[in-house]
Design a protein around this ligand. Sequence first.
Ligand code: FAD
Length: 950
Amino acid sequence: PDVETAMALAADQLGRGEFAQSVVDAGEDGHIEAHDLHDAGEHHVLQRRAMARLSDAALSLSKKMLPDVDGKSSLITRLGARTVVGATVRALQLLGRQFVLGQTIEEAIKRGDGDKAHAMKAGGLTQVCMSYDMLGEGARTEEDAQRYMASYQHAIAAMGKHANAQAPVRANDGISIKLSALHPRYEDVNSERVMAELLPRVWTLCEQAAAANVSLTMDAEEVDRLEVSLRIFDAVVARIATDLPHWSGFGLAMQAYQTRALELVQHVIAVARQHKVKLMCRLVKGAYWDTEIKRAQELGLPCYPVFTHKHHTDIHYLACAQAMLAGADVLYSQFATHNAGTIAALLHMAGEQRSHFELQRLHGMGEGVYRELGKSGANVALRVYAPVGKHRDLLAYLVRRLLENGANSSFVHQLADESVGMDKLLSSPLHITRAAALPLPSEIYGPGRTNSVGVDFAEAARRQPYLDALAGCRVNVLPEATAADLVQAMVRSQAAFAVWRDTPVAQRAGALNRVADLMTQRMVPLCALVVKEAHKTWPDAVAEVREAVDFLRYYANEAQRVMVEHTLPMPVSSSAATSSWPHALGITGETNTFRLGAKGAWVAISPWNFPLAIFTGQVCAALVTGNTVLAKPAEQTPAIAQAAVDLFHEAGVPKDALQLLHGAGETVGAGLVGLPGVAGVVFTGSTAAARAIANNLASKAGPIVPLIAETGGLNAMVVDSSALPEQVSDAVVQSAFRSAGQRCSATRILCVHEAVADTVIDMIRGATQQLRVGNPAALATDVGPLIDAEAAANIGAQIERLKARAKPLFTADMGPQAMPNSVAPQAYEIASLDDVKEEIFAPVLQVVRWSGSPTALMQQINALGYGLTLGIHSRIDSRAQAMAAMARVGNVYINRNTIGAVVGLQPFGGEGLSGTGPKAGGPHYLPRFCNEYTLTTNTAAAGGNVALFV
Ligand code: FAD
């Protein structure tokens, strides 16, 4: 970051740390273990320990000397702060050295030799080798992938010079590669591209590794990449059989925390036997446990793909190890663990025969355990996984390792904790411990509400039913409503009102829950219809149905909460005075009650960009509060709305309580709003249309009619110079370009700090080039077309106007599969926020560089007058929080994308030109559909007040 930000970042982070004790791998005396580049002598060990202590001291001193975050401090403090930042960076580099062997492969090999010699000198190990890993985040762009490819090739070449050409490959160092670094779209749905572009890269590295007589292991990454990684693995093994039959150095890492791991081991052995190829495969427990749990919850998967009890992972590890040892004819097993209990079980299982497997540990971890193992004369081979890279690439790896060291359940963490006794440390995983179970993804909202079920399209087997449904999907043509139809509909709606209003709220809520169940059951055809009629991509279609289901269940619960009758005054719950008050609250001799009641016939007008979710949300909110509804969907997506209405009727909502009236906004929409007797209007769409509706309502005779309007936004994303570029790139591409930019929440303006602007823009450019603009029917399509030709023409004109005041930055390629009315994702640089003139409802991003005070920037953003979504990317928490507090914006997101608000978690809606509120999917939405009633009864009317005499 720039200097000011670096100071603010250091102050923010140091403010939270306690530096008296290090969090890294603790040695015997509780201090950081020593590593020596050239000399493993006692002197150097002491020196390194002293450095570690010094870094702690520097950090805690730094903490005191830094100015307040974003502080206005004196020059002297600021000069001092710069020195402190320098010291902090140095301290962090020391921490990084704990886990990273070298900044270059040459340096790592040299230092590795020292480490090997040191370990061998201690005795008890048959050999010590390295497996080098090139640090870095996964590739976002083709340039990233090429860079990683070059660095792997360079590393193998350097290792080749060092390797013993005559020795068995297992006696030499090896390399571990991450396929996500070698291809920016290493995803199962892109397996065609992966096989065409990534497989040749992996093969090139294999050829090079075989020629150098070193091993090559494919690291195990996220669970959703397992199947695609196996396609690569199978293809490589088949090719080794024909082209490199002498090489037995290929393999992959397998994660025992995956519930599929045992089948995976069996598959790998079967493939090796089928091709008569010998492999070297690593068994790990797995490094992304927290990420897998979060992903499964976000996607609403039926179950977790990983075990949720630590001891289950430990047992599965041993079961997988047993299966691997049984495949020793084709498999050289590599057991990676720092857990002494697991190591003991492995050695016991293997017996005296120890030449067909090795143990592995990470550089910087578990040295104490392995030293003891050596001392015990285990006579086993050891390989150390040794990351190599520059400090700037360290972050993701360091975070993983610190998580691993910091997790309470982790062996190394418990080992460093003196309060954990030997019994607990080495308790057998077969000893079943009672631990609270993690709720399933469907249960994360507690017993009151079931989370909607999603689909993981990364699993090939899940995709086919959707593609089949699309092939058979028909979009029905609906007749347009006439003026007479509207009048008739209102008559029926009003006639149906009293019965529906008087239906108990629990019954109305029950109907909503039945609709939710029906939508869940018919997820597949509904998604197909959304893809076909609204041109949404498959993941967007699933998200659409899920959001509709969430609205239904959430409002069903909310209605039963808010429509309960209350006695007034309501006690102030936290007031001790009230709870100890011996008398009834309020005026004696009377009772006061409060309740909500339905208003009448509501008009609900919804947009095409969420043709099921917003349509359903509006309709069910009005219905569950006892209103009747005249629903007008967008003219582009009536069939989806009809499918939803059919489900409401099937679930027991009377036909006249919910009627669908299809047609254009100017005719049917305006006609409905203008009808006498409209009790309220709920609308989502453009600010201009909302204003027209408001004018229409204002000019009507009779009662003043309430309007709930959710409209557009000029949504900004602010990136300061401390933000992580990869995270920003992901967030921008998702928020600005996915769904073809056709979301009200989409990011329209990227405000990026000038110190990092070039890097960030380059990365976004490269990542955008990887998007596939195509037909949403294909699962690999990222960006579909705009909704219709009229929208495309309007957007075209807006882009022309933008070009007159902005500098083009990039435009993605339009794929051969792109449909008519498609707009390629594109970005333009503007000089200032004053140049943002209008919302462009398409994948068009405006980029502005900023510098100076974040407060001034926030004032400019607020001055745009819209207030829907805002993204903030900063690693300075206090700064991000301060900006969020300043923002006059309904939905603020820190360090993530700005789309996909979840019902009940991120109630959605803004202020100013972005809408009236209340927020959809939030606690104040339903009351706006209601009248409020109080009832006062004079209980002393008969002449006395008995209660007072008691
Ligand atoms: P332990 O403390 O015994 O086990 C910790 C592990 O238990 C956690 O990592 C987690 O997976 C699991 N766990 C924790 N809590 C729970 C819970 N509630 N329910 C279920 N499981 C839980 N990891 C990868 O993912 N891919 C790789 O390619 C990879 N390569 C590696 C290579 C080497 C040489 C080494 C040593 C590690 C590698 N790792 C890799 C990291 C590895 O997954 C972790 O280091 C390992 O999980 C730590 O296990 P342990 O036996 O040392 O520690």
